[in-house]
Write a protein that binds this ligand. Structure first.
Ligand code: ADP
Ligand code: MG
Length: 240
């Protein structure tokens, strides 16, 4: 589904990504871990061109999205993204947050879009919040709505950038549960997280990044119990 080759991203003199190669298969859950500042967010943001790579190629479903001729807006509709800070539209109700993109970009009727929203709200366990506004929700509820909003476009891949890092501890589980269900239903996911329990339980593959490169990757059981590189061992020693 994703094929990333020799991805580089520089901000002026700062080299943040230094040659990333990665493939993500359909239905795979890839968990990206690594220290703060290692380029995890920049990597995710490059995948849907929120950041324009300095060099390298990203193929998504057989289309080169780094090719300037590619209609990136069409591609982005197939990629859902969930951020640490939720990024809900504060002036819109939960329902309108979810229906905005399908109505504008998929030409859904109000009724069609509302039905989709109702299905998704049921899926994330928040059916009773359709008419609420974001500031009336807890952090965990906001993030579940952000996930529902991303799903409303029926994406082929979901990108998560530390979706539980801004949450109070008691709300982390409800968001991870929604993500677990998504994974079980076969969604292709790239998840940046510090939740090592989630990585172990749900991840098909763990990728350890440091200094803008992939230091090592493999099945969670292998990377967590038998890390090959000193840098990985050091990082896991701090977070496990
Ligand atoms: P991580 O998500 O692993 O913590 P980031 O990708 O956010 O790492 O950041 C990696 C490095 O890139 C950091 O040094 C950060 O300051 C820098 N960086 C990220 N975005 C920008 C930007 N838009 N302009 C300049 N530097 C940036
Ligand atoms: Mg980050």
């Amino acid at each position: 589904m994703l094929n990333i080759k020799n991805l580089h991203k520089h901000f002026g003199k700062l080299n943040v990504l230094n040659g990333i190669d990665m493939e993500v298969d359909k239905g795979e859950v890839v968990v990206v871990i690594g220290p703060s500042g290692s380029g995890k967010s920049t990597f995710l943001r490059c995948l849907n061109l929120l950041e324009v790579p300095t060099d390298g190629e990203i193929m998504f479903e057989g289309i080169s999205i780094t090719d300037k001729k590619t209609d990136i807006n069409a591609v982005r509709q197939k990629m859902g993204m969930v951020f640490q800070q939720f990024n809900l539209f504060p002036h819109l109700s939960v329902q309108d947050n979810i229906t905005l993109a399908p109505r504008k970009l998929k030409n859904y009727s109000a009724q069609q879009a509302n039905e989709t929203a109702a299905d998704l709200l049921r899926k994330v366990g928040l059916s009773e919040k359709a008419k609420s506004y974001p500031d009336q929700l807890s952090g965990g509820q906001k993030q579940r709505i952000a996930i529902a909003r991303a799903l409303a476009m029926s994406p082929d891949v979901m990108l998560f950038d530390e979706p539980t890092s801004a949450l109070d501890p008691e709300m982390v589980g409800e968001v991870l549960d929604v993500m677990k269900k998504l994974a079980k239903d076969g969604m292709t996911m790239v998840v940046v997280t510090h939740e090592m329990g989630f990585a172990r339980e749900v991840g098909d593959r763990v990728v350890f990044m440091d200094g803008g490169v992939i230091v090592e990757q493999g099945p969670p059981a292998e990377v967590f119990t038998n890390p090959k590189h000193e840098r990985t061992r050091e990082f896991l020693g701090k977070v496990l």
